[in-house]
Design a protein around this ligand. Structure first.
Ligand SMILES: C[S@@+](CC[C@H](N)C(=O)[O-])C[C@H]1O[C@@H](n2cnc3c(N)ncnc32)[C@H](O)[C@@H]1O
Length: 195
């Protein structure tokens, strides 16, 4: 088991109070997608449930913590969302069980402070179809925030862009998240293979 460092969660209502998930998903191009969406570290399903409502494909929500998987699956059931597949999995230990090139979007929300971010971005790359996108958010370092990992491991958007490029992804844009001002946003994509 290799749960990422500093990735424990506070109480659910407190965590959810930090986000406007629908706004974040919309600003990061995670709406109207027909193919599968892969979420690395779904936590309480804060973004899983809105993503399943905003897209017609399946949302494959992975988390190492059984309680998080149970909470996310329960929320999906209660919301009548059959397109959520919440699964217990250590995404740093395997290929995530996702066939290569099958997803249209990967959500990396509040997770790239873990020990091996480039590896996780490579898993995202492998799971994505050509043209598929990766949405990344994290806590800002330039202001005081009520939560978030320690300053020495908190990545900037620019750092995540470099890591993403090392994993083979293309930069699409930085996105300011006026609806969640403690966070920054970044969109990257899987390029077409060169002939
Ligand atoms: C800080 S939380 C963010 C949750 C969610 N992405 C959000 O923003 O609401 C990070 C989540 O990643 C999960 N996690 C950490 N390391 C993991 C691993 N190696 N495999 C699967 N899940 C992991 C934790 O259990 C936790 O639920």
């Amino acid at each position: 088991m290799s749960k990422g460092r500093e990735s424990g969660m506070p109480e659910a209502d407190y965590w959810d109070s930090f986000f406007n998930p629908s706004c974040i998903l919309s600003r990061l191009d995670c709406t109207g997608i027909h193919g599968d969406i892969l979420e690395f570290g779904c936590g309480y399903g804060t973004f899983t449930i809105p993503a399943a409502k905003a897209n017609s494909g399946k949302v494959i929500a992975l988390d190492i913590e059984p309680d998080m998987v149970t909470a996310t699956a329960r929320k999906a059931r209660e919301a009548g969302l059959p397109n959520v597949k919440a699964e217990r999995r250590d995404f740093m230990e395997s290929d995530c069980g996702i066939p290569a090139g099958t997803c249209q979007y990967a959500m990396l929300f509040n997770i790239l402070h873990i020990e091996r971010p480039v590896e996780l971005l490579k898993f995202s790359f492998a799971a994505l179809a050509t043209g598929g996108k990766v949405g990344i958010i994290h806590w800002r370092s330039d202001i005081k925030t009520p939560r978030g990992p320690s300053p020495d491991i908190r990545p900037s958007a620019e750092q995540c862009r470099v890591w993403g490029e090392q994993a083979g992804l293309n930069f699409v844009r930085y996105e300011s998240l006026c609806c969640c001002s403690w966070h920054w946003g970044l969109v990257m994509s899987r390029p077409a293979l060169l002939a």
